[in-house]
Design a protein around this ligand. Sequence first.
Ligand SMILES: Cc1cc2nc3c(=O)[nH]c(=O)nc-3n(C[C@H](O)[C@H](O)[C@H](O)COP(=O)(O)O)c2cc1C
Length: 124
Amino acid sequence: MQEIYKCIQECDNILIASPIYFSELTGALLSVGSRLQTYFCGKFFRKEIPIKKPKRSAVIVGGGGDGSVHRPYEKACNLLHHMNSHDVFPLVYTHNTNNNPTITDINAIRGINGIAKFFNEIRE
Ligand SMILES: Cc1cc2nc3c(=O)[nH]c(=O)nc-3n(C[C@H](O)[C@H](O)[C@H](O)COP(=O)(O)O)c2cc1C
């Protein structure tokens, strides 16, 4: 985690990308996400500003077809808020990949291009 904490401090953008498992981000990703609790403790108990530099961020989720894409997006936004990112691009998703392959999912491809543009915009 030390390497990841360092990246989180220094980076300009954060992208969370995950398959959907049981209508949620994967358990493996949530395990890493649970280590972000240190930022909550820093803010809430120690009254620190644990991450000074705000970040832009985006979320991509992909699923076979069950459930909704919104629940994992909400959870990802929650993790991003812990990392001082409140400027989150609208959800990009590819769903129902059981029937429609992602490679022909025009909205997903457009969304990914949108994220690239958003991340590279000049900031004031
Ligand atoms: C344990 C498990 C649970 C899954 N649950 C969902 C689900 O709730 N909704 C959905 O749309 N797809 C679900 N899927 C399908 C995956 O999102 C999809 O197959 C994805 O491409 C898997 O990525 P991976 O091969 O990197 O694990 C699930 C797949 C697995 C393995």
